[in-house]
Design a protein around this ligand. Structure first.
Ligand code: DGL
Length: 280
């Protein structure tokens, strides 16, 4: 009787495991901040990361173009049998998430809503700043989501176009980066904000520089909130790999030079990454 019960439970648990990978993508290396947080909170999961390095930056491109790029990437991921997709790019989340959700029947999430939820949790004075790419800021995606929570939020937005190439060139603690942070963030310092959303997945890499300019302001890196959301969706839908016998692996695909990506990716992942170039 006991043996039968154990066997029954084990069979049930096996049914609940889903070892297919999670797909995570960005225009370049920035989304690795999200992949890293997913890996830390749910280490059993395999991840397929796609960095569209041949076409970075996305931040100055039109909505139609971003929707096309995002579909090409998700089609590639579907062929790799992902069980869920995380759009780890604020620009692609702002411009293509709705279209992706309509096209695919697996869960697809972006980074905007988790970032907003986090900002709302930490802001006391309801004065929130948002920095991002030109496309993210002009889409108004953060403003729309924050206003859904309460019309009483005062929101101040600005774009920081040079932050992405500075990160991609590993100029993290460079005087030029400090200079640019000072210029970009000057107006935010005059607005009495208590919270600043880092609305581009590249920006958490510059957290220490931004933090020095924006003293006493809470910086919101949505990657942790995204990881929590991924975990909760996988558990709700019975898609989690939780409890299997080996820890998850990350495989990266890029649309341009592998070694250039490896070089910058070393900021995020200390392990030697498995990276392949693919043409979509
Ligand atoms: N990391 C991307 C984002 O979160 C943008 C960088 C780019 O312009 O491609 O918006």
């Amino acid at each position: 009787m006991l043996v039968h019960e154990v066997g029954f439970k084990r069979r049930n648990m096996e049914k609940l495991y889903d070892n297919r990978p999670i797909g995570v993508f960005d225009s370049g290396v920035g989304g690795l901040t999200v992949a890293r947080s997913i890996r830390r909170s749910i280490p059993d999961e395999d991840i397929i990361y796609f960095g569209d390095t041949a076409r970075v930056p996305y931040g100055n491109k039109s909505k139609d173009t971003i929707i096309r790029f995002a579909h090409e990437i998700v089609n590639f991921m579907i062929a790799k049998k992902v069980k869920m997709v995380v759009v780890a790019c604020n620009t692609a989340s702002s411009l293509s998430l709705q279209a992706l959700k309509k096209t695919y029947d697996i869960p697809v999430i972006g980074v905007i809503v988790p970032g907003v939820k986090e900002a709302v949790k930490v802001s006391k004075n309801k004065r929130i700043g948002v920095i991002g790419t030109h496309s993210t800021v002009s889409s108004g995606a953060y403003v729309k989501e924050l206003k859904k929570v309460s019309s009483r939020y005062r929101i101040f937005q600005g774009c920081c176009p040079l932050f992405v190439p500075l990160v991609e060139n590993k100029m993290i603690n460079d005087p030029v980066t400090f200079e640019m942070a000072g210029r970009y963030l000057k107006t935010f310092r005059e607005k009495d904000i208590d919270t600043l959303i880092l609305g581009c997945t590249h920006y958490p890499i510059l957290k220490s520089v931004i933090g020095k300019v924006m003293k006493d302001v809470k910086l919101v890196d949505s990657s942790f909130a995204v990881a929590r959301e991924v975990d909760s969706i996988l558990r709700d839908k019975g898609l989690s790999a939780y409890g299997r016998k080996r820890s998850g692996k990350i495989k990266c695909f890029v649309s341009d030079n592998v070694e250039a990506f490896r070089n910058v990716a070393s900021i995020f992942f200390k392990e030697n990454l498995d990276i392949k170039k693919v043409i979509l």
